[in-house]
Write a protein that binds this ligand. Structure first.
Ligand code: FAD
Length: 505
C-alpha cells in the first residue's frame, strides 16, 4: 500500500515536472571547455535555472554553463578562448540578475557569476574604495560606513551589484546633488571582449572608461571600480509630505533640487499614490493613516514628496535650521507631514524592509513589467495629464510603486554611454508594477500605450533599464552617440560576445 502511494506520488510529480524539464533540456546546450583552460563551468540544473531567470520574471534565457570565477584572470582566460577559439559562445556578466528582460543571461553561452568576486578595499586616505565588480552595494555601505566614510550616490535598493549599476547608471534621490553612480567613479579595470584587461579612467583609455559607464555591458566586464567616498553621516531625518496639487508638488521638488549643499537637503524623491492602487500609509502615524487613505480616495491622486537631511550631531543648529526652513516654506497639505529619525545605514537600506515583507508573502518573485523613463521638465505636465491621469488612473487597478522626481542634467558627463533627455532638469518616472502570470501582458500593453502616447505627443522621453528588440530603437535611443557606441563595440568586442541579452548588436 505504501509502495502504491509512493508510486502514485512519483507519477504525479513526474507528470507535473516532465513538461518543464523537457522544455529546459531542449534549449540547454551544455558547453565543454578544453581541460587546458583550467576553468570549471557549472552546469547543474539548479545553477542553470537560477542563471536563466531574473528579477523581471518574464523571460527564460538558458545559458550553457556558469562560471564562478576565483580571479579576474579566469574571466580573461574565458574571454580570450571565446574570442579566439573555434567554438564561439557568447558571455554575460551577471551581478544579482536584477535585470528585467534577460539582459544578464545568454542563450547557450556562459554566464559569469560576478558575485563570486566580491571585494572592497578602502584607501588609506579614505577618499575612495576599490571594489570588485560583483560586490553588492549594501556590502560597500557596510564596509565603508564602519570606517566613517561612504559613497555619495545610491540606488533605492542596495542588493544589486556595482558592475550591474555602473553598466546602467545607478540613480536615486542623491543624483540631483552628486550625480548618478556612474559620475562617481575614478577608474575601472575592464576585461574587454578580446580578453584583455585594461585599466581606464578620464586620463587613461578614456574611450573605454566613458563607454563602459552606462554601456550596458557591451565593451567589457568591470572587474574593479574605484568609487568616490565622502564622510558617512550618522543619521537621517527622513520626511514624507503630501500634496493634492501637481504643480505645487513639482514646484517644491524643483526648488529643492536647485538649492546648494549648505542650505539644502541630501535626498529628494517623490511618489504617486493612486486611488486604483495599493495605498501604503505605513510611514504615517497610526492615528493619521485613515486620513491619508481618505485623502487618496477623495483626490484620486496624491503626490508624496520624500526628502532626507543627514546629520551627525542633533545639537548642531544648521540641521534644525534647514528642516525648519523646509517645513515652513513648502506647500504640502497642512498636517500631512511625517518624519522618521533613522540611522544612515537603515535609511539607505530601506527597501530591504519591503523586500522582507514581500518575500514573506511570496510576492517578491513575481513578474515585474517595470517601465522606467526620464521625462524633460518642460513636458512633465503633459506627461502627467496624458499618462498618469488618462492612462494609469483609468486602469481598473495598478500595483507596485510609482516613483516621480526631478534631477539635474549637469551632474552627468555627456561622454558616458548613458542617455538622458536634453534638458537641464528632467524627471525620473519609475512605474514599478508587480504582476501575476495572468495579467503581465495587460501591464505590458499599458506600458506600450504610455510609450506610444509620448511618441505621438512629442514628449521626448528616454528609457532607463530599457529592453528594445529592434536595432532602430537602439539607434534612436543613442541618437548622436550611436556612432561612437557601435565603433567602441567593434574596437573592444569585435566578435560581439558580451551581454547579448541587451539585444543591441
Ligand atoms: P544584472 O541584472 O546582473 O546585470 C545588468 C546588466 O549589466 C547585464 O547586461 C549584465 O550583463 C551587465 N553586467 C553585470 N555585471 C557586470 C560587470 N561587472 N561588468 C559589465 N557588465 C556587467 N536601479 C537604479 O538605478 N536605481 C534604483 O533605485 C534601483 N532600484 C531597484 C530596486 C529593485 C528592487 C531592483 C530589483 C532593481 C533596482 N534597480 C535600480 C535596477 C538595477 O540598477 C538593475 O537591476 C541593474 O541591472 C543592477 O542589477 P544587477 O547588479 O543584478 O545587474
Amino acid at each position: 500500500m505504501a509502495n502504491l502511494l509512493l508510486m502514485i506520488t512519483l507519477i504525479t510529480v513526474l507528470v507535473y515536472l516532465l513538461p518543464s524539464f523537457a522544455k529546459s533540456s531542449e534549449s540547454t546546450k551544455v558547453i565543454t571547455l578544453p581541460k587546458s583552460l583550467n576553468l570549471t563551468l557549472l552546469t547543474d540544473p539548479s545553477t542553470i535555472s537560477t542563471a536563466s531567470h531574473d528579477y523581471g520574471n518574464v523571460t527564460t534565457v538558458t545559458p550553457g554553463g556558469v562560471l564562478c570565477p576565483s580571479s579576474s584572470a579566469e574571466i580573461s582566460r574565458l574571454l580570450r578562448y571565446a574570442a579566439n577559439g573555434e567554438t564561439i559562445f557568447q558571455v554575460a556578466a551577471r551581478g544579482q540578475g536584477h535585470s528585467l528582460n534577460g539582459q544578464a543571461s545568454v542563450s547557450g553561452g556562459v554566464v559569469i557569476n560576478m558575485t563570486c568576486l566580491a571585494d572592497i578595499t578602502v584607501s588609506e586616505d579614505k577618499e575612495y574604495a576599490d571594489v570588485a565588480g560583483g560586490t553588492l552595494w549594501v556590502d560597500v555601505l557596510r564596509e565603508t560606513a564602519e570606517k566613517g566614510v561612504s559613497p555619495v550616490s545610491w540606488t533605492d535598493y542596495l542588493h544589486i551589484s556595482v558592475g550591474g549599476t555602473l553598466s546602467n547608471a545607478g540613480i536615486g534621490g542623491q543624483v540631483f546633488r552628486n550625480g548618478p553612480q556612474i559620475s562617481n567613479v575614478l577608474e575601472l579595470d575592464v576585461i574587454t571582449g578580446k580578453g584583455e584587461t585594461l585599466a581606464c579612467s578620464p586620463q587613461l583609455n578614456l574611450g573605454l572608461f566613458y563607454g563602459v559607464l552606462g554601456g550596458l555591458g557591451q565593451f567589457g566586464i568591470i572587474s574593479r571600480a574605484r568609487i568616490v567616498l565622502n564622510h558617512a553621516p550618522k543619521r537621517a531625518k527622513w520626511f514624507k509630505m503630501l500634496y493634492s496639487d501637481f504643480t505645487a508638488f513639482t514646484k517644491d521638488q524643483e526648488s529643492l533640487i536647485s538649492m546648494d549643499n549648505d542650505t539644502g537637503i541630501d535626498y529628494v524623491e517623490g511618489q504617486l499614490l493612486m486611488s486604483n492602487g495599493i495605498v501604503d500609509t505605513s510611514f504615517f502615524p497610526p492615528s493619521d493613516q485613515s486620513k491619508v487613505a481618505d485623502l487618496v480616495k477623495n483626490h484620486s491622486i496624491i503626490y508624496v514628496l520624500e526628502v532626507a537631511k543627514y546629520y551627525d550631531d542633533p545639537t548642531v543648529p544648521t540641521t534644525g535650521q534647514v528642516i525648519d526652513k523646509l517645513t515652513k516654506t513648502l506647500s504640502y497639505l497642512p498636517g500631512f507631514i511625517s518624519m522618521h529619525d533613522v540611522l544612515y545605514f537603515d535609511f539607505l537600506n530601506r527597501v530591504q524592509v519591503e523586500e522582507d515583507k514581500l518575500r514573506s508573502l511570496a510576492l517578491w518573485e513575481v513578474p515585474h513589467p517595470w517601465l522606467n523613463l526620464y521625462v524633460p521638465k518642460t513636458q512633465i505636465l503633459d506627461f502627467h495629464n496624458g499618462v498618469v491621469k488618462d492612462i494609469l488612473l483609468k486602469q481598473n487597478s495598478t500595483s507596485g510603486v510609482a516613483l516621480f522626481y526631478p534631477t539635474n542634467r549637469n551632474k552627468w558627463d555627456n561622454r558616458m554611454s548613458a542617455m538622458i533627455p536634453d534638458e537641464d532638469v528632467f524627471y525620473v518616472v519609475g512605474l514599478l508594477q508587480a504582476a501575476s502570470s495572468q495579467n503581465v501582458q495587460e501591464v505590458e500593453s499599458v506600458n506600450e500605450a504610455i510609450i506610444r502616447f509620448c511618441k505621438d505627443s512629442g514628449i521626448k522621453i528616454k528609457q532607463y533599464l530599457m529592453h528594445f528588440t529592434r536595432k532602430e530603437d537602439w539607434v534612436e535611443h543613442f541618437g548622436s552617440k550611436w556612432g561612437a557606441f557601435s565603433k567602441r563595440k567593434d574596437l573592444f568586442d569585435p566578435k560581439k560576445l558580451l551581454s547579448p541579452g541587451q539585444v543591441i548588436f
